[in-house]
Design a protein around this ligand. Structure first.
Ligand code: BES
Ligand code: MN
Ligand code: ZN
Length: 494
């Protein structure tokens, strides 16, 4: 799919489709009115008959007569014209894409004129969202044998006013790269754990770096981890036949001396719980326990594709959490790379144990900021459901930037307190800390654990347990929070 910005529609093409917003109004206005004039009043009729009312997320695909420049017109409900929220807009985009799936539409002309004003967002933002959503929706797990349900759409033109063209083109590029990153993250997330092992992820990093002078991949294996004293990471991976890997992807798009932004992902390629084994129902979904890592790959892919003028380092803590004769036992005490000792009271609290050594390792990059993404706690789903991720950290400015990027991208997050009062839950009689807290606030105590290893830099933690994949009939990785990470980079580091 090729997506671009233009000020006038493309010439008449076979199987094309115009996409236009309809509001809670009795008459089509602006772009919809122009299209209505071109199409014998079919939009007016659709409104009059009540087939579309302008409710956000409602869509109606109309077929026109041969004389019309458009073979079809897709009406997309956007709500009250005066108060379209960003969430309404994103809902409308999602609905439009799902209506277009599996149709014969080959090219789209989307009318994004200033008459579709969305709250405080620019037209460029609308273009970016559309491009990113469209490109992100092209993903199909069954590829390349199977073609994506959006594959027939070859060309998308976003129509904007002349004065907006330049901004919108740049935003469209950003959106397309973000969408490509989302596809990467979804693809890795959905891979089964017998294929997507820590070594597989390491190879992917090496492939990303190959023939690219600005990208370097470094793989730290278990032998070297032992030398570095990463006793916490190794305590997780020692129960598995798969070797754990700490994967580092350095992208140098900025000045040589510029401190990097580090994106760190939990890459537990399968989480059985270890000796503290999980119940078997739904355990297959623990192949998604590497979705934090997948988002790092997705974001790095997007940065590289855009040639973003920033130094970004992606780090993935990849390990498999298995029970077995060599697995860590509850009660075992291990020493982390930081020197702090950990009593492993529950081997299912493994994410924090691989991440803590990665957080210490990262100090060598003297990062400007560190953001980690992790499917860390079931408690986060209890607290926030599937609507947003949990945000915690040691730096208010960084947290505010991520909240903002969340709102602007649709990958929202909600901050939870990381007060000292929660730290005592990690007290241990036999080590500097236990790896789990008490009954309450499991998401916060997990972050408390991480915070003890992230003192050297501004740090934020996104618990993505509720958002990284969908269960049930639509089981599959979402690619979250790639869009939020890219928005954060665009807004604060470019
Ligand atoms: N990967 C899980 C968290 C998880 C569970 C994410 C379900 C998404 C859906 C994590 O490693 C884990 O097992 N956490 C434990 C922590 C507990 C032992 C303190 C949990 O949430 O139960
Ligand atoms: Mn676990
Ligand atoms: Zn886990």
């Amino acid at each position: 799919m090729q997506i671009s910005v233009a000020i006038t529609p493309a010439k008449k093409q076979a199987n094309n489709c115009a996409v236009v917003a309809v509001f809670n109004e009795t008459q089509p206005k602006d772009s919809a009115m122009l299209l209505d004039n071109d199409s014998d009043g079919c939009i007016k009729r659709a409104i009059k008959t009540g087939d579309i009312t302008g409710k956000p997320g409602q869509t109606l695909l109309l077929h026109t007569s041969d004389a019309c420049q458009w073979s079809r017109i897709l009406l997309v409900g956007m709500g009250d014209k005066a108060s379209v929220s960003p969430a309404d807009y994103i809902k409308a985009v999602d609905a439009a894409i799902s209506t277009l799936r599996d149709t014969g539409v080959a090219s789209l002309n989307v009318f994004i004129t200033s008459d579709t004003q969305v709250a405080d967002r620019s037209t460029a933002w609308q273009c970016q969202q559309l491009a990113s959503k469209l490109a992100g929706a092209e993903y199909d797990y069954r590829a390349p044998k199977h073609t994506s349900s959006l594959a027939k759409i070859k060309k998308v033109t976003l129509l904007v006013a002349k004065k907006e063209q330049k901004n919108c083109s740049a935003a469209c590029e950003q959106g397309m790269a973000t969408g490509a990153g989302i596809c990467v993250a979804r693809g890795l997330g959905d891979l089964p754990a017998n294929i997507c092992t820590p070594s597989f992820l390491a190879t992917r990093a090496q492939t990303l770096a190959k023939n690219r002078s600005k990208v370097k991949a470094t793989i730290v294996g278990e032998k070297q981890m032992a030398k570095l004293g990463m006793g916490s990471f190794l305590a997780v991976s020692q129960g598995s036949r798969e070797e754990g890997k700490l994967i580092i992807i350095e992208y140098k798009g900025g000045k040589a001396k510029q401190a990097p932004v580090v994106l760190l992902g939990k890459g537990v390629t399968f989480d059985t719980g270890g000796i503290s084994i999980k119940p078997s129902a739904g355990m297959d979904e623990m192949k998604y326990d590497m979705c934090g890592a997948a988002s790092v790959f997705g974001a790095m892919h997007a940065c590289i594709e855009l040639g973003l003028p920033v130094n970004v380092t992606g780090v993935v803590a990849a390990a498999e959490n298995m029970p077995g004769g060599e697995a860590t036992r509850p009660g075992d005490v291990v020493t982390s790379m930081s020197g702090q000792t950990i009593e492993v009271l529950n081997t299912d609290a493994e994410g924090r144990m691989v991440l803590c050594d990665a957080l210490t390792y990262i100090e060598r990059f003297k990062p400007k900021a560190v953001v980690d993404m992790a499917t860390l706690t079931g408690a986060c789903i209890v607290a926030l459901g599937h609507e947003c991720s949990g945000l915690m950290g040691n730096n208010d400015e960084l947290a505010a930037q991520l909240i903002q990027a969340g709102e602007a991208s649709g990958d929202r997050c909600w901050q939870l307190p990381l007060w000292d009062d929660y730290q005592q839950q990690l007290d241990s009689n036999f080590a500097d800390m236990a790896n789990i807290g008490g009954k309450g606030a499991g998401t916060i105590t997990a972050a408390c654990f991480l915070s003890r290893f992230a003192k050297a830099y501004p740090w934020a933690h996104l618990d993505i347990a509720g958002v990284a994949w969908q269960s049930g009939k639509s089981k599959g990785a979402t690619g979250k929070p790639v869009s939020q990470l890219m928005q954060y980079l665009f807004d604060n580091h470019v």
